[in-house]
Design a protein around this ligand. Structure first.
Ligand SMILES: *[C@@H]1O[C@H](CO)[C@@H](O)[C@H](O)[C@H]1NC(C)=O
Ligand SMILES: *[C@@H]1O[C@H](CO)[C@@H](O)[C@H](O)[C@H]1NC(C)=O
Ligand SMILES: *[C@@H]1O[C@H](CO)[C@@H](O)[C@H](O)[C@H]1NC(C)=O
Length: 522
């Protein structure tokens, strides 16, 4: 079930016909662009552009039982007999950010970051869900983080749901399979708006609903570990139906929380609220009409699935065609509050994949050859040539041109709604057996960010309304199923002492932000 080959199915997208032309005809051009040293500078971006770094609560905080926090779904999952992957590692201690946040904020400040994206642990704020009391220690902890960020001139971007919620909500409702979960979420959101909204001006309701539904309810790899054949052999679940129900509840939860914010908080607090999507770029595998259509369909099934409803009020037409009545419907009232319920689009972008049509070819694997996946397969090479250099995470190959392509796609489809790159990062391959000296000399991470930023800068010059860029991640942390071996950080974290050590990439980012320079000072 956890075989690495499955990783390629995680990422499904495509591209507009316009971009298909560009990538097919201009392949040579973009390859050339990637080979050139991009010489990207801070001044290639608008003055008010937010440069920052991202984290999430479970991945860095630790202190999983401190100060009346309840157990989250991930605490329980990692402590179960099966464990949560990553050689029995878990987030019990993680980077101990709970006790080291002041130094971590100082570290961000030293780099010259202007923004920091983090998530609030729901189980710290509402240990028993909406029937219980607010935990004052949880409020206090995030107040300290927010106040200290602002003191250092760092803008907080706050995510409310990043894979993690009080386990009690799983036991009580079956969490996101039940419509009641959205009432729980809206209550949690309201407490956060009330407690922190005087200072937090950028809210993110949900992180990567597409990946969350896929991992938890289709592949069964995230708690509550639900799936069915042929995708996996979970104890319970239905991989063809449950992801659709869960996404429906997530979108309604977003819509209700956003409506509450727009009506009762935004007029006084003046902030904005959005949603973050995992946005993989897709190029057609071949020039055939079928593969071109498959690539377009992949985009609709992966991104349009979430963004169409919260911008246009409806699921993409092509999903309705393929899924019929399996795809839930929105009532007239729901459509009304969903429409235009996101002030910005958060883009987590890492990679690009080739897309192959499966609607007429039974050679596709049964896991891809399904309606919920749009009858298409993602592949990592064309004619034996890999689409990009591999990284530690299978499927996350380095394809810098995809950054500009995905931004241009979203610009066209969603009429240039404001966008933020809320995650973009590189996980070093071959970390096993390497000493700290090698791990902090991360030349390839620097090259990755430079190349992706160059592609982003080009799309901004061409008119895309992108307002910020966040490196995933501030520091090495607990990478879900893959534990601590997957290292995305600008700072290396010693697992024994939890000491943070700046990598070359941290020095590069600092020089980029503070000196407007593209030189790396070793
Ligand atoms: C959507 O909301 C934005 C504010 O986020 C507003 O400026 C815009 O006019 C709205 N668009 C429509 C079509 O209602
Ligand atoms: C089906 O897919 C296989 C593998 O990608 C390919 O070799 C074959 O040509 C395809 N057949 C058709 C009819 O498209
Ligand atoms: C900024 O530039 C100065 C002068 O060239 C240099 O000494 C310093 O190391 C640079 N800062 C960083 C973070 O590289």
């Amino acid at each position: 079930m956890k075989s690495p080959t499955i990783f390629l199915f995680f990422f499904l997208i495509s591209t507009s016909s316009l971009l298909l032309e560009a990538s097919n005809n201009g392949g040579g051009g973009s390859k050339l662009e990637e080979k050139e040293d991009p010489h990207i500078k801070r001044s290639d971006f608008p003055p008010g552009f937010f440069f920052g770094a991202s984290t999430s609560s479970y991945q860095i905080e630790g202190a999983y039982l401190a100060d009346a926090k309840s157990l989250s779904n991930w605490d329980v999952f990692c402590h179960s007999a099966e464990g949560c992957g990553g050689h029995g590692e878990n987030g019990d201690i993680a980077d101990d950010h709970y006790h080291r946040f002041l130094k971590d904020i100082e570290m961000m400040h030293s780099l010259g970051l202007k923004a920091y994206r983090f998530s609030i642990s729901w189980a710290r704020i509402l240990p028993s869900g909406r029937c219980g009391e607010v935990n004052p220690a949880g409020i206090k902890f995030y107040n300290k983080i927010i106040d200290n960020l602002i003191l250092k001139g760092i803008e907080p971007f706050v995510t409310l749901f990043h894979n993690e919620f009080p386990q009690v909500l799983e036991e009580k409702h079956g969490s996101w399979l039940h419509p009641e979960m959205k009432e729980e979420f809206v209550h949690f959101a309201e407490i956060c708006f009330k407690s922190f909204g005087d200072r937090v001006k950028h809210w993110i309701t949900i992180n990567e609903p597409n990946i969350f539904t896929q991992f938890a309810y289709e592949l069964g790899l995230f708690p509550p570990s639900r799936c069915s054949e042929p995708v996996g052999d979970c104890v319970a679940g239905n991989s063809d139906v449950e992801p659709l129900i869960v996404m429906h509840n997530l979108l309604l939860a977003h819509g209700k929380a956003a409506k509450l914010y727009h009506q009762h908080f935004q007029p006084k607090q003046g902030g904005s609220i959005g949603l973050v999507m995992h946005c993989l770029m897709n190029e057609p595998l071949t020039d055939s009409d079928l593969d071109r259509k498959a690539a377009r369909r992949a985009l609709a099934f992966n991104i349009g699935w979430s963004l169409d409803p919260i911008i246009f009020g409806e699921y993409p037409k092509v999903m309705r065609e393929y899924l019929g009545t399996k795809l839930p419907c929105f009532t007239a009232d729901e459509k009304k509050f969903l429409k235009n319920s996101t002030d910005f689009i958060g883009i987590n972008h890492y990679t690009t994949a080739y897309t192959k049509d499966c609607s007429t070819n039974s050679s596709c694997p049964p896991t891809a050859n399904r309606a919920i996946r749009g009858f298409l397969e993602m592949v990592g090479e064309r004619d034996g040539v890999p689409i990009g250099e591999p990284t530690k995470v299978k499927g996350l190959t380095v394809v810098p041109r995809g950054m500009g392509e995905i931004v241009n796609y979203l610009k066209i489809r969603y009429h240039n709604k404001p966008m933020f790159i809320t995650e973009n990062g590189y996980s070093s391959p071959d970390v096993h057996g390497r000493g700290i000296k090698e791990l902090v000399n991360d030349v390839k991470r620097v090259k990755f960010h430079e190349a992706y930023l160059a592609s982003l800068a080009k799309s901004i010059r061409e008119g895309a309304d992108v307002r910020g860029y966040f490196v995933w991640s501030l520091m090495d942390n607990y990478e879900w199923l893959q534990g601590y071996d997957v290292k995305f950080g600008l700072f290396y974290v010693d697992r024994r002492t939890l000491t943070r050590v700046p990598k070359l990439s941290a020095k590069w980012y600092k020089n980029f932000l503070k000196n407007n320079s593209d030189v790396i000072h070793q």
